[in-house]
Ligand binder design. Structure first.
Ligand SMILES: [Zn+2]
Length: 275
């Protein structure tokens, strides 16, 4: 009997190794395959400041986008049909977020659910095992759990059209996924051997600065005030600004910009055309 269990285990290990080898081979092929003109046009249209990016960055981003579009499961919800263009639009913006980090950063992302319009969610409250409905909220994107990203297509399309307003729901939700890969949304993604104390200090100072601006009704706060919801939202909103309005963010808080620059391993101020 023991030999049978041993054999079953060996077969399971071999199958696991084969699946990983095949996925690796498939990804390598996708990262190398030529990209057709229509796909390139969609990518260029979707990604903030794509046209000013150095050619090698454009090429890398395009390949990452195609790989994300192939590897992740895109699911149309509430009657939304996932077209190739919709899939690639979302994948291209998600690719921008990991342009410096690489696809490994999305290893835990599995499904992208796309609704036609901002969707209504019921926020539940749980106490002693009893769930009660607290309120219904309209959301345009939601990192509902690790591995699942929920988006409203109307907001994705709107964000893709306006590349420098600092608002981009895809960047926002995928930043949450990076944050979540540590096990919780805390505003601090996995920094590897990075300096967590420094991260916390820079975030706290920026938070304080934005709080002051909100208090004094500043007409042009450094970040969208939704950032002040909690530390997780602060990181996601700051990430939107980092990719869409990098020069603006750097002017507002250079320490915050530098911190995101070293985390994302990118310097978008180099190619944003001064925005
Ligand atoms: Zn959020």
């Amino acid at each position: 009997m023991e030999w049978l269990i041993g054999l079953a285990l060996a077969v399971a290990v071999a199958i696991g190794a084969y699946v990983r080898w095949y996925a690796h081979k498939r990804r390598a092929a996708l990262l190398d395959a030529p990209i057709d003109a229509a796909a390139l046009e969609t990518i260029a249209r979707s990604v903030p400041h794509f046209s000013q990016m150095p050619a090698d960055r454009q090429e890398r981003l395009s390949h990452l986008a195609v790989a994300i579009a192939h590897e992740k499961h895109f699911v149309g919800c509430a009657g939304f049909t996932i077209t190739d263009a919709a899939r690639l639009t979302i994948a291209a913006q998600a690719a921008l977020v990991v342009l410096g980090l690489g696809l490994e950063a999305y290893e835990s992302v599995d499904r992208i659910l796309v609704y036609p319009e901002p969707f209504l969610v019921d926020l539940e409250h749980e106490e002693g095992g009893i769930h009660t409905l607290e309120e219904s909220a309209v959301l345009s994107g939601e990192a509902s759990d690790l591995g699942t990203v929920v988006l409203a297509w109307s907001d994705v399309a709107f964000g893709a059209k306006r590349e420098s307003d600092g608002l981009n729901v895809v960047i926002h939700e995928f930043a949450h996924q990076l944050d979540w890969s540590t096990g919780e949304i805390s505003g601090t993604p996995d920094l590897g051997s990075g300096d967590y104390d420094r991260w916390g200090e820079v975030m706290r100072r920026a938070w304080h600065r934005l709080t002051q601006e909100a208090k004094h009704h500043d007409h042009h706060p450094g970040l969208d005030l939704y950032a002040l919801t909690d530390a997780g939202e602060f990181f996601a909103v700051a990430s939107e600004a980092f990719f869409e309005r990098p020069v603006h963010l750097r002017t507002w808080d250079s320490a915050l910009y530098d911190q995101l620059k070293s985390y994302y391993r990118l310097d978008p101020a180099d190619w944003s055309g001064g925005v």
